[in-house]
Design a protein around this ligand. Structure first.
Ligand SMILES: Cc1cc2nc3c(=O)[nH]c(=O)nc-3n(C[C@H](O)[C@H](O)[C@H](O)COP(=O)(O)OP(=O)(O)OC[C@H]3O[C@@H](n4cnc5c(N)ncnc54)[C@H](O)[C@@H]3O)c2cc1C
Length: 203
Protein backbone atom coordinates (compact mmCIF):
# COMPACT_ATOMS: atom_id res chain seq x y z
CA UNK A 1 0.00 0.00 0.00
CA UNK A 2 1.44 3.40 -0.94
CA UNK A 3 2.11 5.49 2.13
CA UNK A 4 1.57 9.21 2.42
CA UNK A 5 4.71 10.73 3.95
CA UNK A 6 5.48 14.29 5.03
CA UNK A 7 9.11 15.39 5.13
CA UNK A 8 10.12 18.61 6.84
CA UNK A 9 13.10 20.24 5.08
CA UNK A 10 14.19 20.25 1.43
CA UNK A 11 17.93 19.97 2.13
CA UNK A 12 20.13 17.08 1.01
CA UNK A 13 18.47 14.56 3.35
CA UNK A 14 14.89 15.66 2.63
CA UNK A 15 15.22 15.68 -1.18
CA UNK A 16 17.13 12.34 -1.15
CA UNK A 17 14.51 10.66 1.03
CA UNK A 18 11.71 12.04 -1.17
CA UNK A 19 13.55 10.61 -4.20
CA UNK A 20 13.76 7.12 -2.64
CA UNK A 21 10.20 7.06 -1.28
CA UNK A 22 8.66 8.29 -4.52
CA UNK A 23 10.64 5.68 -6.46
CA UNK A 24 9.11 3.02 -4.21
CA UNK A 25 5.64 4.35 -5.12
CA UNK A 26 4.91 6.31 -1.94
CA UNK A 27 3.42 9.81 -1.93
CA UNK A 28 6.04 12.20 -0.58
CA UNK A 29 5.31 15.81 0.34
CA UNK A 30 8.16 18.09 1.40
CA UNK A 31 7.60 21.30 3.35
CA UNK A 32 10.47 23.80 3.22
CA UNK A 33 10.40 26.97 5.30
CA UNK A 34 12.54 28.88 2.79
CA UNK A 35 10.50 30.52 -0.04
CA UNK A 36 12.30 28.32 -2.62
CA UNK A 37 14.79 25.46 -2.74
CA UNK A 38 17.52 26.42 -0.25
CA UNK A 39 20.26 25.57 -2.75
CA UNK A 40 23.14 27.56 -1.32
CA UNK A 41 26.21 26.85 0.78
CA UNK A 42 29.82 26.12 0.10
CA UNK A 43 31.65 22.92 -0.67
CA UNK A 44 30.93 19.56 0.91
CA UNK A 45 32.41 16.11 0.32
CA UNK A 46 30.63 12.80 -0.01
CA UNK A 47 32.24 9.91 1.86
CA UNK A 48 31.48 6.18 2.37
CA UNK A 49 27.73 5.65 2.50
CA UNK A 50 27.04 8.91 0.70
CA UNK A 51 28.90 7.66 -2.39
CA UNK A 52 27.08 4.31 -2.30
CA UNK A 53 23.71 6.03 -2.05
CA UNK A 54 24.54 8.40 -4.91
CA UNK A 55 25.40 5.37 -7.08
CA UNK A 56 22.20 3.57 -6.08
CA UNK A 57 20.31 6.70 -7.10
CA UNK A 58 22.07 6.51 -10.49
CA UNK A 59 23.28 10.08 -10.10
CA UNK A 60 27.05 9.55 -10.32
CA UNK A 61 27.41 10.93 -13.86
CA UNK A 62 25.45 14.11 -13.18
CA UNK A 63 27.35 14.52 -9.88
CA UNK A 64 30.71 14.26 -11.66
CA UNK A 65 29.58 16.84 -14.23
CA UNK A 66 29.11 19.34 -11.35
CA UNK A 67 31.92 18.18 -9.02
CA UNK A 68 34.51 20.73 -7.90
CA UNK A 69 37.82 20.10 -9.75
CA UNK A 70 39.54 19.58 -6.41
CA UNK A 71 43.33 19.13 -6.34
CA UNK A 72 43.99 19.40 -2.61
CA UNK A 73 45.09 21.95 -0.06
CA UNK A 74 48.37 23.76 -0.48
CA UNK A 75 49.97 25.97 2.16
CA UNK A 76 52.27 28.62 0.73
CA UNK A 77 54.54 31.23 2.27
CA UNK A 78 54.49 34.94 1.48
CA UNK A 79 56.64 34.29 -1.61
CA UNK A 80 54.17 31.72 -2.93
CA UNK A 81 56.48 28.76 -2.21
CA UNK A 82 54.76 25.55 -1.26
CA UNK A 83 55.26 24.62 2.43
CA UNK A 84 52.79 21.78 2.68
CA UNK A 85 50.50 19.97 0.32
CA UNK A 86 47.62 17.63 1.14
CA UNK A 87 46.46 16.04 -2.13
CA UNK A 88 42.76 15.43 -2.73
CA UNK A 89 41.74 11.81 -2.30
CA UNK A 90 40.73 10.16 -5.57
CA UNK A 91 40.32 6.72 -7.15
CA UNK A 92 44.13 6.45 -7.46
CA UNK A 93 44.75 7.09 -3.73
CA UNK A 94 44.73 3.41 -2.77
CA UNK A 95 43.99 2.54 0.83
CA UNK A 96 44.21 6.14 2.11
CA UNK A 97 40.80 6.46 3.72
CA UNK A 98 40.57 10.15 4.55
CA UNK A 99 41.97 13.46 3.36
CA UNK A 100 40.92 17.08 3.76
CA UNK A 101 39.41 17.05 0.27
CA UNK A 102 38.45 14.48 -2.35
CA UNK A 103 37.23 14.07 -5.92
CA UNK A 104 33.76 13.79 -4.35
CA UNK A 105 33.62 17.50 -3.56
CA UNK A 106 30.65 19.51 -4.79
CA UNK A 107 28.98 22.80 -3.94
CA UNK A 108 26.10 22.12 -1.55
CA UNK A 109 23.64 24.00 -3.77
CA UNK A 110 24.55 21.88 -6.80
CA UNK A 111 24.04 18.61 -4.88
CA UNK A 112 20.73 19.85 -3.48
CA UNK A 113 19.53 20.81 -6.99
CA UNK A 114 20.72 17.51 -8.55
CA UNK A 115 18.84 15.38 -6.03
CA UNK A 116 15.77 17.64 -6.16
CA UNK A 117 15.60 17.64 -9.98
CA UNK A 118 15.89 13.85 -10.14
CA UNK A 119 12.43 13.44 -8.57
CA UNK A 120 10.71 16.83 -8.73
CA UNK A 121 7.87 15.52 -10.92
CA UNK A 122 7.06 12.72 -8.44
CA UNK A 123 7.20 14.76 -5.22
CA UNK A 124 5.06 17.63 -3.94
CA UNK A 125 7.12 20.57 -2.65
CA UNK A 126 5.53 23.30 -0.53
CA UNK A 127 7.80 26.28 0.04
CA UNK A 128 7.54 28.98 2.65
CA UNK A 129 5.83 26.44 4.87
CA UNK A 130 6.77 24.71 8.08
CA UNK A 131 5.13 22.53 10.71
CA UNK A 132 3.39 24.35 13.54
CA UNK A 133 2.30 21.28 15.51
CA UNK A 134 1.19 17.68 15.06
CA UNK A 135 -0.77 14.95 16.84
CA UNK A 136 0.04 11.28 16.53
CA UNK A 137 -2.50 8.49 17.01
CA UNK A 138 -2.17 4.77 16.30
CA UNK A 139 -2.89 5.17 12.54
CA UNK A 140 -1.70 8.54 11.39
CA UNK A 141 -0.11 11.81 12.23
CA UNK A 142 -2.19 14.97 11.80
CA UNK A 143 0.01 17.94 10.94
CA UNK A 144 -0.85 21.63 11.22
CA UNK A 145 1.16 23.80 8.86
CA UNK A 146 2.16 27.45 9.01
CA UNK A 147 -0.01 28.25 5.94
CA UNK A 148 -3.10 27.38 8.00
CA UNK A 149 -3.73 24.00 6.38
CA UNK A 150 -3.91 20.62 8.11
CA UNK A 151 -3.05 17.24 6.61
CA UNK A 152 -2.89 13.63 7.73
CA UNK A 153 0.01 11.37 6.88
CA UNK A 154 1.19 7.85 7.66
CA UNK A 155 4.62 9.12 8.59
CA UNK A 156 6.31 12.42 9.42
CA UNK A 157 10.07 12.75 8.94
CA UNK A 158 12.18 15.59 10.31
CA UNK A 159 14.93 16.42 7.78
CA UNK A 160 15.17 20.05 8.82
CA UNK A 161 18.84 20.16 9.70
CA UNK A 162 20.88 19.82 12.84
CA UNK A 163 18.73 22.22 14.85
CA UNK A 164 15.58 20.39 13.68
CA UNK A 165 12.32 21.91 14.91
CA UNK A 166 10.55 18.64 14.11
CA UNK A 167 12.85 16.75 16.46
CA UNK A 168 12.35 19.42 19.10
CA UNK A 169 8.54 19.02 18.80
CA UNK A 170 8.77 15.22 18.89
CA UNK A 171 10.85 15.28 22.07
CA UNK A 172 8.77 17.96 23.81
CA UNK A 173 7.06 16.53 26.86
CA UNK A 174 8.72 13.10 26.57
CA UNK A 175 11.36 13.71 29.21
CA UNK A 176 14.14 13.21 26.63
CA UNK A 177 16.63 16.03 26.44
CA UNK A 178 17.00 18.00 23.22
CA UNK A 179 20.39 16.81 21.89
CA UNK A 180 21.31 20.11 20.22
CA UNK A 181 23.07 22.48 22.60
CA UNK A 182 24.36 25.82 21.44
CA UNK A 183 27.85 26.55 22.73
CA UNK A 184 27.45 30.18 21.62
CA UNK A 185 30.39 29.71 19.26
CA UNK A 186 30.11 31.04 15.72
CA UNK A 187 32.13 30.51 12.57
CA UNK A 188 32.01 32.76 9.54
CA UNK A 189 32.97 31.63 6.03
CA UNK A 190 33.59 33.81 3.04
CA UNK A 191 34.64 33.26 -0.52
CA UNK A 192 37.26 35.02 -2.63
CA UNK A 193 37.59 35.29 -6.41
CA UNK A 194 39.28 32.16 -7.72
CA UNK A 195 41.75 31.86 -10.56
CA UNK A 196 42.32 28.28 -11.73
CA UNK A 197 45.93 27.18 -11.27
CA UNK A 198 47.83 23.93 -10.87
CA UNK A 199 49.06 23.03 -7.39
CA UNK A 200 52.83 23.10 -7.27
CA UNK A 201 53.10 26.07 -9.66
CA UNK A 202 53.84 29.52 -8.26
CA UNK A 203 51.39 32.34 -9.02
C1 LIG B 1 21.94 27.01 3.48
C2 LIG B 1 22.86 25.90 3.98
C3 LIG B 1 24.21 25.94 3.63
C4 LIG B 1 25.09 24.93 4.05
N1 LIG B 1 26.39 24.99 3.65
C5 LIG B 1 27.23 23.98 3.96
C6 LIG B 1 28.58 23.96 3.48
O1 LIG B 1 28.99 24.87 2.79
N2 LIG B 1 29.39 22.92 3.81
C7 LIG B 1 28.93 21.90 4.58
O2 LIG B 1 29.69 20.95 4.84
N3 LIG B 1 27.66 21.88 5.06
C8 LIG B 1 26.81 22.90 4.77
N4 LIG B 1 25.52 22.90 5.25
C9 LIG B 1 25.10 21.81 6.10
C10 LIG B 1 24.86 20.56 5.27
O3 LIG B 1 24.00 20.83 4.19
C11 LIG B 1 24.23 19.55 6.16
O4 LIG B 1 24.99 19.35 7.31
C12 LIG B 1 24.14 18.21 5.48
O5 LIG B 1 24.02 18.34 4.10
C13 LIG B 1 22.94 17.51 6.03
O6 LIG B 1 21.81 17.85 5.26
P1 LIG B 1 20.37 17.93 5.84
O7 LIG B 1 19.45 17.76 4.69
O8 LIG B 1 20.24 16.99 6.99
O9 LIG B 1 20.22 19.39 6.46
P2 LIG B 1 20.37 20.81 5.78
O10 LIG B 1 21.25 20.75 4.58
O11 LIG B 1 20.70 21.72 6.90
O12 LIG B 1 18.88 21.12 5.23
C14 LIG B 1 17.79 21.37 6.09
C15 LIG B 1 16.68 22.01 5.27
O13 LIG B 1 15.55 22.16 6.13
C16 LIG B 1 15.06 23.50 6.02
N5 LIG B 1 14.45 23.81 7.31
C17 LIG B 1 15.05 24.15 8.47
N6 LIG B 1 14.15 24.31 9.45
C18 LIG B 1 12.93 24.07 8.88
C19 LIG B 1 11.60 24.07 9.39
N7 LIG B 1 11.33 24.36 10.68
N8 LIG B 1 10.59 23.77 8.52
C20 LIG B 1 10.84 23.48 7.20
N9 LIG B 1 12.09 23.46 6.69
C21 LIG B 1 13.12 23.76 7.51
C22 LIG B 1 16.28 24.34 5.68
O14 LIG B 1 15.92 25.57 5.06
C23 LIG B 1 17.02 23.39 4.75
O15 LIG B 1 16.57 23.51 3.42
C24 LIG B 1 24.61 23.88 4.88
C25 LIG B 1 23.25 23.86 5.23
C26 LIG B 1 22.37 24.85 4.80
C27 LIG B 1 20.90 24.81 5.18
Amino acid sequence: MPLSILISGAGIAGTALAFRLSKLGHRATVVERFPHLHASGLQLDLRGDGIQILRQMDLEDVFRAHAVPEQGIQLVDSAGRQRAYFPARNHRSGPVSQAFTSEWGIMRGDLCRIVYQAAQDRVTYRYGTSIESFEQDSDEVVVHLSDGTTGSFHLLVGADGQASQTREMMLRGTGHAEPFHSLDGYTAYFTIPWTPFTIGSSR
